[in-house]
Design a protein around this ligand. Sequence first.
Ligand code: NAP
Length: 348
Amino acid sequence: MKAVVFEEHGETNVLSYKDVEVPKVGPNDVLVKVKAAGANYNDIWARRGLPGLKIILPHVSGSDAAGVIEEVGNEVDKIKPGDEVIVHPSLSCRSCAACTNGQEFFCRDFRIWGFQTGPLDGGHSEYVRVPAVNVVPKPANLPWEEAGSLALVLMTVWRMLVTRARIRPGDNVLIWGGVGGLGTIAIQVCRLFNAYPIAVVSSDEKAGRAIELGAAYAINRTSQDVAKEVAGITERRGVEIVFEHVGAATFPTSVRSLKYGGSLVTCGATSGFEAITDIRFLWNKQLNFYGSHMASKAEFLDALRFVESGQIGPVIHSVLPLKDVAEGQRIMENNEVVGKIAYVPDGA
Ligand code: NAP
């Protein structure tokens, strides 16, 4: 089968589209014929290499995929060939206290599939093997490219806003990267809870897209002062929630933009890990800082119900052939993306 592989870290020229073996299923695994796979920022982190994180080489990235069950292991009884599924990309032991308490992300064996797994074990392939517990039924209303690029951002946003920051009706929510992969879902989750998404983006065109997607306000960070705009929109009170994933470049503005008692929730640091915090704001304004990482399968299934009902919909930037993963990564690295990029294998 074909897959997009890298054997050393570097720029996109280390990616090659080549033949690798179809994975063999173990007793509790399923083999999925991929109809579409998604692009995520962790594909880029893995390809570049991250200090302190072991990326197993040769590596196939891809933490999102959807497809049709081709084969099941001999212990698998609830899934059968022909079923249409989405991969839940959080791998864990499923038997420790954390896993049995719906907190798989605290399991000592927790791994993000397609990022921390390998060799050659990710979604940018024609076939993927995952544990049977890591697939969920594909919502019938979703086309393959949407189903294949949705899971990771959907569940991450759900946990960030619903479980961690406890979004409530009427909240103002400042969303960095308002039309990125996470941002497009965050806007819709805010609307689902009758909250007011304030999207930050880097062009007027993206600002227009954010408003179309449901943002109450859009701030162009290249021509406007974000903190000043937030002060104007909220009549100097600040926002109840800041949705963070940019890190060093935005953290001071995020903290300044919070209202008294407000909550910052973060899942990433695209621009750098070491962010400056004026901790006087933390105690004086009694702020809450929440970290968040992926989500439990239960949280993913909760969020999917609103996809099935049509209240949250994936936004597709482009659909590319699987061999063009390098082009997808270029689009993401240049901040051009609106929503998600999906990759489709030949003949899928
Ligand atoms: P994405 O689709 O590329 O969107 C990120 C957006 O961030 C960009 O569109 C860009 O929007 C904005 N941005 C980038 N650099 C910026 C800067 N210096 N200042 C302000 N805004 C900036 O990526 P994504 O899928 O949403 O993921 C975003 C981050 O979250 C990545 O670091 C990813 O690894 C992380 N993440 C973590 C988890 C987790 O569970 N821990 C899950 C998913 C993602 P504009 O240029 O329009 O402002």
